[in-house]
Design a protein around this ligand. Structure first.
Ligand code: FES
Length: 160
């Protein structure tokens, strides 16, 4: 028989077992609180202090295959850490440029109906050489060299 003080409900383990249980419960609550706080704080910190974007440094990538693009079409491809845009013009020439809008970095796309490069975020427009021609983009898109070797279309950064 355990001794209890009036008003105190004795847990099944007796008074000697209640203290470790209480500590365990406090530890569990404290750990839960810390985990919850970390779950909220970590994403905020990652947003405020983003990791350094490491461009993978590839100077040349295969952006597509011959025959993949019909005339007057385009596709977005991956160039290192960033998107690139490969265009096949109506007369069959290939053009390539960065697909990162110079306004606020949205990904641009080729508009077959306009025959131009369009940014959906704020209606920015570039010509087929990547020159900004209307809307908010302040600068041209970075243009790339295109080489067709065999069946593959290589895109390369221009030097300088
Ligand atoms: S991000 Fe492209 S026009 Fe604003």
């Amino acid at each position: 028989m355990g001794t209890t003080t009036p008003g105190m409900i004795e847990p099944s383990g007796g008074p000697s077992a209640s203290l470790p249980r209480r500590r365990f419960a406090e530890l569990l609550l404290g750990t839960g609180f810390l985990a919850t706080a970390a779950a909220f704080i970590y994403p905020v910190l990652r947003y405020l202090i983003p990791p350094k974007a490491a461009d993978l440094g590839a100077d040349s990538v295969v952006a597509g295959r011959v025959g993949e693009l019909k005339p007057n079409s385009g596709k977005v491809f991956r160039f290192g850490e960033r998107p690139g845009l490969l265009i096949r013009t109506s007369d069959g020439q290939y053009r390539a440029m960065s697909a990162t809008c110079t306004h606020l970095s949205c990904t641009v796309q080729y508009r077959e109906d306009l025959h131009e490069v369009w940014c959906a975020c704020h209606n920015g427009l570039y010509d087929l050489n990547g020159r900004n021609i209307s809307g908010p983009p302040p600068r041209p898109l970075q243009s790339f060299e295109v080489q067709v070797r065999g069946d593959e279309i290589f895109v390369r950064r221009r030097e300088g």
